[in-house]
Write a protein that binds this ligand. Structure first.
Ligand code: CA
Length: 329
C-alpha cells in the first residue's frame, strides 16, 4: 500500500517537471531580433545560433528530410539548420528550371524545423541573384506569407554575390520589401560582396530596416580576415556566418583544425551565429559524412569525415536547451 502511494506521488511530480524543463531551442528562445551588433532572444538575452548548412538542394537534396534534421538536433546539438536552395547552377538543375521540386525540399526542411523546435535559414543559394530578382521576390513572398508567423524562420536573400554592393543592395531592398509585406519581424541575412567576404563594403553603406544582419563566409584553411569582421562588429552590425568550411575555399583541400578553432573562439567571443558547410556525402573535405552514408542520419563515428568529426565535437561543446524525447513528429 505504501509502495503504491509512493508510485502515485512520483508520477504526479515527474510529469509536470518534464513539461516545464524539456524545451526545444525555439520554445525556450522564441522570436529572435537584431539589436545593434547582437542577436537577442525573446527574453532580450544574447543568443547564438550554431548549426549545419545543408548542401545545394539540387545536388544533395537526399538529405533534405525530417530524419536528418532530427538527428542533427539530437546527436549534433544544432539549434539551426540552413536550407540552401540551389537556384541557377551551370547544369540547369536548380530552382529556376524545376521550381516545385526544389521548393518542396526546402519546405520539407522548414516543416521539420518547426516540428522539432529549431531555427531554419531559408537561403537563396545563388551567385547571380541580381538577375533573379522577380523570382526571388515571388519565392520569399510565398515563404513569408506561409511561415512568417513562426519564430523558426530566418531569410537569407542572396548566398554569395559576385557583383558590386550597389547592385546587391538594390536587389536586397526589393526582396526585403516582399518579405516585409507578410512578415514584419523575422531576421533577414544579407549577402555581401565577393562571396560574402567583404562585409565592410556592405556596412559602409548599409540597408535600412529592422532585424537585418550581414553574411560572412569563410574557409578556415584559406581565410583569416578577423580584423575586417571585428571592425564591422565594432561599427554596430550583427554578423551571421551563414556558411563556413573547416577546409579550403574550394570546399576541398585540407582541414585546418587549428584555424577552425581560432575562428570559433572569435565567433563565440562576439556571439556570432554560424552554420557549417555542409551536410553532404560528396567526396570533398567540407562534407560531414563519407560517400554512401545513410541519407537519414543515425551516422556512426566511422561515417563521419575529418571535418564532420571536428564540427560535431564543437557543436556538442555548446550548452543546450534540454530536448524532450516526446516531441510529437
Ligand atoms: Ca514574423
Amino acid at each position: 500500500m505504501k509502495f503504491f502511494h509512493l508510485l502515485v506521488i512520483f508520477t504526479i511530480t515527474l510529469t509536470p517537471l518534464k513539461t516545464i524543463t524539456a524545451q526545444t531551442p525555439v520554445a525556450a528562445h522564441g522570436q529572435l531580433k537584431i539589436d545593434g551588433n547582437q542577436m537577442l532572444d525573446e527574453h532580450n538575452e544574447p543568443y547564438q545560433l550554431t548549426g549545419m548548412s545543408l548542401f545545394w538542394s539540387n545536388w544533395q537534396g537526399k538529405f533534405y528530410n525530417y530524419d536528418v534534421i532530427k538527428w542533427l538536433r539530437d546527436d549534433w546539438n544544432v539549434n539551426v539548420v540552413r536550407a540552401a536552395m540551389g537556384i541557377s547552377p551551370d547544369d540547369n538543375s536548380g530552382y529556376l528550371d524545376r521550381p516545385e521540386m526544389e521548393k518542396k525540399k526546402v519546405i520539407d526542411v522548414i516543416e521539420a524545423a518547426i516540428d522539432l523546435g529549431i531555427y531554419v535559414v531559408v537561403d537563396w543559394h545563388s551567385h547571380h541573384a541580381e538577375n533573379e530578382t522577380a523570382e526571388a521576390q515571388a519565392f520569399f513572398e510565398e515563404i513569408a506569407s506561409t511561415y512568417g508567423d513562426y519564430p523558426n524562420i530566418l531569410y537569407e536573400t542572396y548566398n554569395e554575390p559576385e557583383t558590386d554592393w550597389k547592385t546587391i543592395k538594390t536587389y536586397h531592398e526589393s526582396v526585403i520589401s516582399s518579405i516585409r509585406t507578410h512578415d514584419q519581424n523575422n531576421i533577414i541575412i544579407l549577402g555581401t560582396p565577393f562571396y560574402s567576404q567583404n562585409i565592410d563594403q556592405a556596412t559602409d553603406n548599409p540597408v535600412n530596416g529592422d532585424n537585418l544582419c550581414y553574411a560572412l563566409h569563410y574557409y578556415a584553411a584559406s581565410h583569416s580576415f578577423y580584423n575586417t569582421v571585428e571592425t564591422v562588429i565594432n561599427k554596430g552590425y550583427y554578423v551571421f556566418v551563414s556558411e563556413f568550411g573547416t577546409c579550403e575555399s574550394t570546399g576541398d583541400g585540407y582541414v585546418d583544425d587549428e584555424n577552425s578553432d581560432t575562428w570559433w573562439d572569435f565567433l563565440d567571443q562576439y556571439g556570432v551565429s554560424w552554420c557549417n558547410w555542409a551536410v553532404s556525402d560528396v567526396d570533398e573535405a567540407a562534407s560531414i559524412v563519407k560517400p554512401g552514408s545513410s541519407i537519414y542520419g543515425n551516422w556512426s563515428s566511422n561515417d563521419l569525415t575529418e571535418s564532420g568529426t571536428l564540427v560535431r565535437d564543437k557543436l556538442q561543446s555548446y550548452e543546450t536547451d534540454p530536448i524532450p524525447n516526446d516531441i510529437p513528429p
